[in-house]
Design a protein around this ligand. Structure first.
Ligand code: GDP
Ligand code: IMO
Ligand code: MG
Length: 407
């Protein structure tokens, strides 16, 4: 792995970013997130123990790896406090290696209330974590930011104005219960400890680390097809989940990136509403969901399942300038008689499939490309030929060691 590597999901999230970042963090010095918030659910499995991270970067299980939440994150203080507490309870140390940008826009309880009540009519199927409303306030230049916790008087002026605005939306637009200003203030002042411990000018830190030649992983959240600009709008999240989001979300220019790893499952899933060309509704869908345990790591919702869409991925690989692909959950296809991949769409936008015969063998113990059955190798080679991009990593199970490195 080269020095600075960006790791991105190429589909609608849940591609296995957490697992891969954790595995690659073994040889990294820092892992940094740059967009999204606690809508993410990144699952790590180490020594049989599973952990789901929502905000904390997936490098935290490695005791010497530094972890950063960049300015592009929308930050819920209560969610962060809860996550840190739970990790500390399992002996994970945050001291002198966890940093949060003073410029993160805060997610307030009122953002969460607006998100939930609004989604009832808009039907995006959001995670209900206040992500959209928090980014709205950021773009409209009225957000309360993490660094605002420094000055309690100024904070109160800014916060009271914002909460008042939110309560007008809740009451007048949606006929919903307002949230008491004091309760919102308490969420912030009650978590002042987070500010005292972790507040940081993270852009300065990144500049220093890059000048020092530190090996850094940048961990994307969500997936490219949920990108605010390039995803299936309006059924998207509210951040730039593609490679472009990195520079704005951390203050690291594109030339400091050495490689971009794009992760795709060996099939496709989606949580929430929106178009999904290769979605299945038959026994294959049930089999993918069952074998792949396809339930959301954040909301527990069942994930919709379908075949891999190479036509869509081709564009996504270009948008992100992916240098290396990572194919996850190959083992989930082990029991299938036939496996299909979408190679194009017809005039009515229906997928045109190429059919592969299944390998009907356990791949979960394979540790090299040569260990894989021939039919699985053919599947992998077809994907990389079609996307004109090398598949450098293949994942055959949720554990750190169930990973095949081809480089
Ligand atoms: P993320 O949001 O991209 O980090 O992905 P999630 O953690 O939400 O979902 C991926 C799920 O698949 C988690 O339950 C992982 O433990 C699991 N997983 C990751 N890689 C593999 C794999 O190669 N095979 C199998 N069977 N499970 C995997
Ligand atoms: P990770 O990082 C899968 C989806 C939601 C919804 C849409 C908008 O674990 O891959 P939001 O709450 O962000 O406004 O919801 O985006 N979504 C995800 N789907 N994985 C995620 O994160 C997601 N984060 C948001 O289901 O369709
Ligand atoms: Mg997830």
């Amino acid at each position: 792995m080269s020095n600075n590597t960006l790791i991105l999901g190429l589909q609608w999230g849940d591609e296995g970013k957490g697992k891969i970042v954790d595995a690659l963090a073994e040889t990294a010095e820092a892992v940094c997130r740059f967009q999204g918030g606690h809508n993410a659910g990144h699952t790590l499995k180490v020594d049989g123990v599973q952990k789901v991270l929502h905000l904390v970067p997936s490098g935290i299980l490695h005791p010497s790896v530094h972890c950063v939440l960049g300015n592009g994150i929308v930050l819920s203080l209560s969610a962060l406090a809860k996550e840190i507490k739970e990790l500390q309870e399992s002996e994970i140390n945050f001291k002198d290696r966890f940093y949060v940008s003073e410029d993160c826009a805060l997610i307030l309880p009122t953002h969460i209330a607006i998100d939930k009540v609004r989604d009832k009519s808009e039907g995006i199927g959001t995670t209900g974590r206040g992500i959209g409303p928090a980014y709205e306030d950021k773009i409209a230049r009225r957000a309360v930011r993490f660094g605002d916790l420094k000055d309690p008087q100024k904070l109160e002026v800014k916060l009271s104005k914002l909460v008042n605005y939110h309560n007008q939306i809740l009451e007048n637009l949606y006929g919903a219960q307002p949230i008491k200003y004091e309760d919102v203030l308490e969420e912030l002042t009650g978590n002042i400890d987070l500010y005292n411990k972790y507040n940081c000018k993270t852009q300065d830190l990144l500049k220093l680390w890059i000048k020092q030649g530190k090996k850094i992983l940048f961990e994307g959240a969500q997936g490219s097809m949920l990108d605010i600009d390039h995803g299936s709008y309006p059924y998207v999240t509210s951040s730039s989940t593609t490679a472009g989001g990195l520079s704005s979300g951390l203050g690291v220019g594109p030339r400091y990136l050495d490689s971009i790893i794009g992760i795709t499952k060996a099939y496709t899933t989606r949580v929430g509403e929106g178009p999904f060309a290769t979605e299945l509704f038959d026994s294959n869908a049930e089999q993918l969901a069952k074998v792949g345990h396809e339930f959301g790591a954040t909301t527990g919702r069942p994930r919709r399942c379908g075949w891999l869409d190479l036509k869509a991925l081709e564009t996504i690989v270009f948008i992100n300038s992916v240098s290396n692909l990572c194919l996850t959950k190959l083992d989930v296809l082990d029991s299938f008689e036939e496996i299909k991949v979408c190679i194009d769409y017809d005039d009515t936008q229906q997928p045109i499939y190429k059919t592969f015969s299944g390998w009907k063998q356990d791949t979960s113990k394979a540790r090299s490309f040569e260990d894989l059955p021939k039919a699985a190798q053919d599947y992998i080679l077809f994907i990389e030929e079609t996307l004109e991009c090398k598949i450098g990593i293949v994942s055959v199970g949720p554990s750190r060691d169930q990973t095949i490195y081809r480089d």
